[in-house]
Structure formats: structure tokens, C-alpha cells
Write a protein that binds this ligand. Structure first.
Ligand SMILES: [Zn+2]
Length: 231
């Protein structure tokens, strides 16, 4: 039995990107933990942060992160993993005020990478995982990049997953990424887990039926152990 730690930026990334692989590891008897970094609440979100909730059709009064944490527990249960949630705040709560800003590089005063580094160093020392997965940060989302850099600075060997759905824009994987096909049963488990993230399906895929179709069509996951990428 191995202890497997998957470090996910947001509530959905690990399952979207590596859910089939993690389900296969759990089935083989490994102890799989999905640790999601950015799951913290703010009491009264405003501006772009509030818009990210309202555009999912969720009223201002809904506890948006609470809802997503519940979805994540269901998704992780589906793939046989334990869900852990850290209270770091997503980029819209850290001064990134538009969708464009999320992909346009780190703000100078954003010190989240160092905070993540300290928390990850502590967690890894306590958990002693045999295998660590993390985001390659395909797509360059600032939160994904922060997790990647913090993990690079904390852990020697990390298996990086190709971030989904950003990776689907590239029919050929970037050099150094190995894509493997998921067996039917794991494509199905991953799909079932993905469908648990109900609040995100419209935004990410266009709806649950489109999500199911996309995932049953794209039955692969991409990984690399490289530290440098050209994208
Ligand atoms: Zn994400």
C-alpha cells in the first residue's frame, strides 16, 4: 500500500485532471488523499469574486465554497479518495479582478506561494506520502502556478498532471508529457466523480450531458515528472 497525495488548487482540478488514475490507485489498495488548497470563504464577497458565484446561477446568500466542498467530498468518495480542504482564498479574493487577470501572471504583492510552501512542507512531513501528484499549470491560472511552484520548492519528486480542461485545447501533448488511455471502468468512475461538481458543470462544460460526453470521448490523462515545460 502506498500513501498517495494529490495536491489540487481548486475544488475539482484533481478529479478533472487525474481522477481516473487516482481511482485506479485507490482500487489497487493505495490510500489516496486529495488535498485542495483554495477552499476558504469570505463572508461577503463582492465585485468579480461575487460575479464568479452569481454567474453559476447561485444567489448571493448561498455559501458558495461550502457547497463546493460538499461536492468535492462526494466526488472524492466516488474515486475512493479522502478529501482534505485548506482555507486559502482563491485568486478573485486576492485582488485578481477579472477573468483575464487570472491568467495574466502573479501580482507582485501576492504572497500566496510562500504561504502554500509553509503549509505543504508541514503536511508532507506529517503525511509522508510515497507518491505526490500536482498541477502542471497548463493554461497558466495564477492559482495553479502558485501550487506548482510551492510544490516544486517542497517536494523532490512530483508527478505533474496535465490540467484539464485546459489540456483539451492541445490535440498533441506538449513534449515530455505522457498521455495514457483510461480503462472503461475508470473513465466511468471519473465521469461519475466529475458530475458531482454540479455547480461547475455549466461553466466548464456547458452542462452535465456535455460533461459526460466530453469525458467519455476524451478518455486519457497526461502526466510528466519534468520540472521544466515549454508552454
Ligand atoms: Zn483550477
Amino acid at each position: 500500500m502506498k500513501r498517495v497525495l494529490a495536491v489540487s488548487p481548486h475544488l475539482d482540478d484533481a478529479v478533472f485532471s487525474a481522477g481516473g488514475t487516482l481511482a485506479a490507485l485507490a482500487d489497487a489498495g493505495d490510500e489516496v488523499t486529495v488535498l485542495t488548497c483554495f477552499t476558504g470563504n469570505v463572508a461577503h464577497p463582492s465585485g468579480f469574486a461575487l460575479a464568479c458565484q452569481l454567474d453559476k446561477g447561485l444567489d448571493q446568500r448561498v455559501d458558495y465554497m461550502g457547497l463546493r466542498r460538499t461536492e468535492d467530498v462526494a466526488a472524492c468518495t466516488e474515486i475512493g479518495a479522502q478529501a482534505l480542504h485548506w482555507p486559502f482564498l482563491e485568486a478573485p479574493h486576492r485582488g485578481y479582478e477579472s477573468a483575464t487577470a487570472l491568467f495574466a501572471g502573479r501580482h507582485e504583492d501576492d504572497l500566496i506561494e510562500d504561504e502554500l510552501l509553509r503549509a505543504l512542507a508541514y503536511a508532507i512531513a506529517a503525511m509522508q506520502p510515497d507518491l505526490i501528484y500536482g498541477p502542471m499549470a497548463v493554461g497558466n491560472h495564477v492559482d495553479h502556478l502558485a501550487v506548482r511552484r510551492a510544490l516544486e520548492r517542497t517536494a523532490e519528486d512530483v508527478v505533474w498532471w496535465e490540467d484539464y480542461p485546459y489540456a483539451m485545447r492541445e490535440t498533441e501533448p506538449p513534449e515530455g508529457i505522457y498521455r495514457s488511455a483510461l480503462a472503461q471502468q475508470y473513465a466511468e468512475r471519473k465521469t461519475a466523480a466529475t458530475l458531482c461538481y454540479e455547480s461547475q458543470l455549466g461553466f466548464q462544460f456547458g452542462g452535465p450531458e456535455q460533461a459526460r460526453a466530453a469525458l467519455m470521448n476524451w478518455r486519457m490523462e497526461g502526466f510528466s515528472t519534468r520540472r521544466q515545460f515549454a508552454f
